[in-house]
Design a protein around this ligand. Structure first.
Ligand code: HEM
Length: 415
């Protein structure tokens, strides 16, 4: 089947540019899967070629594995060099404007990722458990006597930002400012959208990071930023621009998404009380519950966009060089061809694979960290506050949706 532009549905209803409160996007994703594994959608980049979304797991994995034909870096494709937000040339480059591992192909990708991959191995992450546990306990100590809290503000947000900040050596007093920048950047991340506000936040975040790096250059410590500075000073493995891009990427990617896993996961468990009770009765199920929560409603709606490097016939569609291809991982994770009753949340499900962390060479570097944090966050809540309940009816809980993520604005609970 070739669904050329003229057959394109006028409106898919996909929330491309963000900010909307879309409470339940899954019926839409099911309809899109019904239309095919790869379907044309209005191009958020305007006139520059066609955009396609990939709705099913097998095809999404093929795109994410095939980095020669589906690149993360369109700069070599004529007319595509300016699609990411630009900041002026005097501003330090961030992960989004500069050269970070997320947006480069091999061999640069491999070189950049290898510099930090040791700090994110499952084994090293296990060694962080006691400290993550302490942070989770401290956060609950603060609210336990109150009888109520906002899971987002009091627990899900602070936990991952404290952990990644301690790993990197970001001072405690700067974390609130980082929250503001990161939130604004995440909300504005509709690619192709040149939002001046996002550019301003990226610029401020870049300046901040470059000052932090300068301070650590003068007085190094045993944190990851100091280790990266030492690598940069050693020779030709890491440039200054790449260093700043790397640090901003690790700060940004290291907390927003994991906060969403903890907040959305808590919401899902409380709104499916039979699952919460099952988990409470057997805390050994927490790791499998984390995988199911990631599959069922993981933080990332889509991976970053890929761009066709040549004309390709793929899943019956004629994709042209420069077309944008977006693997919709939230839809792929509900693929009827992969899962029994995919629209059911079942924490005892034995999941062979899901795409919540992506796939292929860009698969999430921080997945082992996110898993440890998720495990500790849910186990600690279940142990310490087993009678947790939602303070609002499910339909009154508000969400913020962008193409790349969906998050809860707040989650009031009582106990
Ligand atoms: C990449 C999701 C937590 C760092 C990715 C990708 C996804 C993802 C889908 C692939 C993007 C693409 O292919 O375009 C998540 C989710 C998380 C999470 C759902 C939490 C539940 C973290 C944490 C870190 C992190 C804690 C810690 C620093 C990264 C980095 C990349 C990445 C550096 C780029 C990897 C590369 O390009 O090789 N993440 N992430 N993530 N993530 Fe995560």
């Amino acid at each position: 089947m070739n669904t050329a532009n003229h057959d394109m549905p006028e409106k898919t209803g996909l929330p491309f540019f963000g900010g909307e409160d879309v409470k339940d996007p899954f019926p839409l994703f099911a309809r899109l899967r019904g239309m095919g594994p790869v379907i044309p959608v209005p191009n958020p980049l305007g006139e520059r070629g066609q955009a396609w979304i990939v709705t099913r797991m097998e095809e999404a994995m093929q795109v994410l594995r095939d980095h020669a034909r589906f690149t993360v870096d369109p700069s070599a494709i004529p007319g595509m060099s300016d699609i990411r937000p630009q900041t002026d040339s005097t501003a330090p480059q961030t992960f989004f404007t500069g050269k970070s591992m997320l947006f480069v192909d091999e061999p640069d990708h491999k070189r950049l990722r290898a510099l930090v991959s040791k700090a994110f191995t499952p084994r090293y992450m296990e060694s962080l458990r006691p400290r993550v546990q302490e942070i989770a306990d401290e956060l609950l100590d603060r609210v336990q006597a109150q009888g109520s809290m906002d899971i987002v503000k009091d627990y899900a947000y602070p936990l991952p930002i404290h952990v990644i900040s301690e790993m990197l050596g970001v001072p405690r007093e700067d974390r609130e400012q980082i929250r503001i920048w990161s939130g604004a950047i995440a909300r504005g991340l509709g690619f192709g959208k040149q939002d001046p506000e996002v550019a301003e936040h990226l610029k401020a975040f870049g300046h901040y990071t470059s000052q932090l790096v300068a301070a650590k250059r003068k007085s190094p410590s045993d944190d990851l930023i100091s280790q990266l500075i030492a690598i940069e000073e050693e020779g030709d493995r890491l440039s200054e621009e790449e260093l700043i891009s790397m640090v901003t990427l690790l700060i940004f990617a290291g907390h927003e998404t994991t906060s969403n896993l903890i907040a959305t996961g808590t919401f899902l468990l409380l709104s499916h009380p039979e699952q919460w009770n099952k988990l409470k009765a057997d805390l050994g199920l927490v790791p499998s519950a984390v995988e199911e929560l990631l599959r069922f409603h993981g933080p990332a709606t889509a991976t970053g966009p890929r761009f066709a490097t040549e004309d390709i016939e793929f899943a019956g569609q004629q994709i042209k060089r420069g077309d944008v291809v977006i693997p919709l991982v939230k839809s792929a994770n509900r693929d009827e061809l992969q899962f029994n009753q995919p629209e059911e949340l079942e924490i005892t499900r034995n999941i062979k694979r899901h795409l919540a962390f992506g796939h292929g060479v860009h698969m999430c570097l921080g997945a082992p960290l996110a898993r440890v944090e998720g495990d500790i966050a849910f186990t600690t809540l279940l142990k310490r506050i087993p009678h947790l309940r939602l303070s609002l009816p499910v339909e009154d809980i508000s969400w913020e949706t962008t193409l790349s993520s969906q998050s809860l604005k707040s989650l009031p609970v009582s106990f």
